[in-house]
Ligand binder design. Structure first.
Ligand SMILES: Nc1ncnc2c1ncn2[C@@H]1O[C@H](COP(=O)(O)OP(=O)(O)OP(=O)(O)O)[C@@H](O)[C@H]1O
Length: 360
């Protein structure tokens, strides 16, 4: 099992997160055969620059699979390798049972791909674009793409050249989401869209998944990944550093509160029963005010026994919230939580001192 590369902050999220190196490791088992995408040691370098290194990834059929990573992490490179738009430098990959280096046409006929920089013919109007793509893709369906345009409130009579950036994105989405396919690959599908349309697009993604399509969704918007995906992979500087099941993420919680002093903190820590030691992590935040010191408690798994333990503790001003994808993302990237924000939301104006090294 891979340890969290960036932080020990998560209680047992590491035990919940699968080691990327395990992906497709048993090519003959049922899970692996159900994978729509399977990469083993997949690598890509551009000249001497390593854009993707030793990527082991399995996307199970029927899932919405999120790809997360900062700019330049390698998400688009990975997607283009899957579709055969780029040739790999090392490793193996299959998509819908085909190797993109051998049969990318078979893959593309079963896949709908929205690139992050979708370019459409500027001289055509919207409807002509929809018709064009409906005719060239084996899963094309003009009626469906016109319906989708309506749901996205797009005027298909307008010429692409006269459309706004968001309108062109809607047109690309209506094209891609209408295709009858096994695998939908969406690279930042909600970029340039207003909040209402974003929400419609996420609904359409979930509808496509409910219709049986596997979806790979690359996005920088953590809430979108959290709301739509079953599983998420974190890419960092060309490496797949973590995978997480959303069902497991939703079992992670963070409790913030205050204890009177260091003795009370020590008492709190020592009162943790062995049965919860794997499930709960207690740490001081290094913040004090006139009434005590701030404590952070991360829990994994069933919250009920944790709450029972907490109920008998002398924790004050308690706040419980879902751990959330933001915290996982920050821990993967070694970003410290903003203690001042935590503190302000807890104490509403009481003066505090924060120390660099922990409790003092
Ligand atoms: N054709 C290319 N030649 C050289 N380097 C490239 C090329 N394409 C991408 N790169 C580099 O590879 C790295 C990964 O790029 P990629 O586009 O895959 O990142 P990304 O995760 O999709 O980023 P973003 O979120 O900004 O879209 C970047 O450092 C990028 O500059």
């Amino acid at each position: 099992m891979n340890s969290n590369p960036a932080s020990g902050d998560l209680p047992t999220a590491d035990t919940l997160a699968r080691d990327p190196a395990d992906a497709c490791s048993t090519a003959n088992d049922a899970d692996a055969s159900a994978a729509v995408v399977c990469c083993r040691h997949l690598s890509k370098h551009y000249g001497s620059y390593q854009a993707l290194a030793d990527c082991n990834l399995s996307v199970p059929a029927g899932t919405v699979f999120g790809l997360l990573g900062p700019n330049g992490a390698g998400k688009t490179t990975l997607i283009r390798l899957l579709l055969g738009y780029l040739s790999r430098s090392a490793g193996t990959v299959t998509v819908c049972g085909h190797d993109p280096a051998i049969d990318s046409v078979a893959i593309r006929s079963r896949t709908a791909y929205l690139p992050g920089d979708a370019r459409l013919p500027r001289h055509m109007n919207g409807k002509t674009v929809l018709k064009f793509f409906a005719e060239i893709h084996p899963g094309g369906n003009l009626t469906r793409s016109l319906e989708l345009s309506e749901r996205l409130e797009l005027d298909t009579k307008r010429r692409v050249g006269f459309m706004s950036t968001g309108m062109r994105q809607k047109l690309a989405l209506a094209t891609v989401l209408s295709l009858d396919c096994d695998l939908l690959i969406l690279d930042e599908p909600t970029a340039n869209l207003d909040p209402t349309v974003r929400s419609t697009v996420l609904d359409l993604v979930m509808e496509a998944n409910a219709d049986g399509r596997t979806v790979i969704l690359s996005s920088h918007v953590l809430s979108e990944i959290e709301d739509t995906c079953h599983q998420v992979a974190f890419l960092k500087a060309g490496r797949l550093v973590k995978e997480l099941q959303m069902a497991d993420l939703f079992q992670l919680h963070r409790v913030n509160g205050f204890v009177a002093d260091q003795d009370a903190f020590d008492g709190l820590k020592h009162s943790l029963p062995a049965s919860l030691a794997e499930q709960i992590q207690v740490k001081p935040l290094g913040i004090r005010d006139g009434m005590g010191m701030a404590v952070q408690i991360d829990t994994a798994g069933d919250l009920n026994p944790c709450l029972q333990w907490l109920a008998d503790r002398s924790l004050q001003r308690v706040r419980i919230e879902p751990y959330g994808l933001r915290n996982v993302y920050d821990s993967v990237h070694g970003i410290q939580p903003k203690s001042s924000t935590l503190y302000q939301s807890q104490t509403a104006g009481t003066p505090a001192t924060q120390t660099a090294g922990g409790t003092e």
